[in-house]
Design a protein around this ligand. Structure first.
Ligand SMILES: [Zn+2]
Ligand SMILES: [Zn+2]
Length: 241
């Protein structure tokens, strides 16, 4: 785990055949009110927890886990992480919270073929990704957590309840799988995905001033060129209908 800036820590995903999402830990170290953003792939829970401990962060300082969205590569090890921090609340966008509580796993797996393959390979039982959600995010909230302010942006398209977290003061964006480095964007062919919504979400993000881009996979960018997200949206617009 490395520190991106004060109050923002980065744990690189350990991809296997299936990618493992990055995890970010946000909040000022002495706030005792830290948030984990996303969990990762099945089997990666102890790696993520150990990375947090290695930074000298005490688990009792972690108050919640916020999901950018509930795809398998982000939620796979949520139960493993919660075993170590059972007091941590779970915050998810409203659109994906409902299915998550009901055990409707279509968004988690994204497509049936993938679901069958994963359940076999990882011996996952049906209903394994059923969770109570402590707070349903709507988008538009301004969260005062861990001594910092993070705005919640509802940015559907990659998944129906995708959110971004934006720190206006430091110009930091955590966009989940909506936009990556190198002009890449999240896929838009899975359950609940929608190309034209993704285009609108990219255009919404393009209005923000972003210096630090912390996506769910691949490289993080600490000196993002001005207009980067607008340019990415422009390049992809013909495909996002
Ligand atoms: Zn995703
Ligand atoms: Zn992902």
């Amino acid at each position: 785990m490395t520190q991106v800036t004060e109050g923002v820590y980065f744990i690189q995903g350990q991809d296997e055949m299936i990618p493992d999402s990055h995890v970010y830990v946000v909040g000022k170290p002495d706030s005792q009110d830290l948030s984990i953003i996303d969990a990762g792939l099945m089997g990666k829970g102890s790696y993520k927890i150990q990375s947090i401990l290695n930074m000298g962060i005490e688990l009792k300082a972690i108050a919640r886990i916020i999901m950018t969205h509930t795809h398998l590569d982000h939620i796979g090890c949520l139960a493993e992480i919660r075993e170590k921090i059972p007091w941590a609340e779970l915050w998810v966008h409203d659109t994906e919270a409902g299915p998550l509580e009901k055990g409707d796993e279509r968004t988690v797996y994204g497509m049936e073929m993938f679901q069958n393959m994963c359940m076999m390979q990882y011996s996952i039982k049906p209903g394994a990704f059923t969770f109570y959600v402590d707070r349903r995010l709507q988008g538009g909230e301004s969260l005062d957590i861990g001594g910092m302010t993070w705005e919640v942006l509802h940015i559907p398209g990659h998944s129906p309840g995708s959110i971004g977290l934006y720190n206006r003061m430091e110009k930091i964006l955590i966009p989940g799988d909506v936009v990556y480095a190198d002009y890449a964007i999240g896929r838009f062919d899975l359950h609940g995905a929608n190309g034209s919504e993704l285009k609108n979400s990219l255009l919404q993000l393009a209005k923000l001033e972003v210096n630090i881009l912390l996506p769910g996979h691949n490289r993080i960018v600490t000196e993002l060129p001005a207009g980067y997200i607008a340019e990415t949206a422009k390049q992809w617009a013909p495909y996002l209908t």
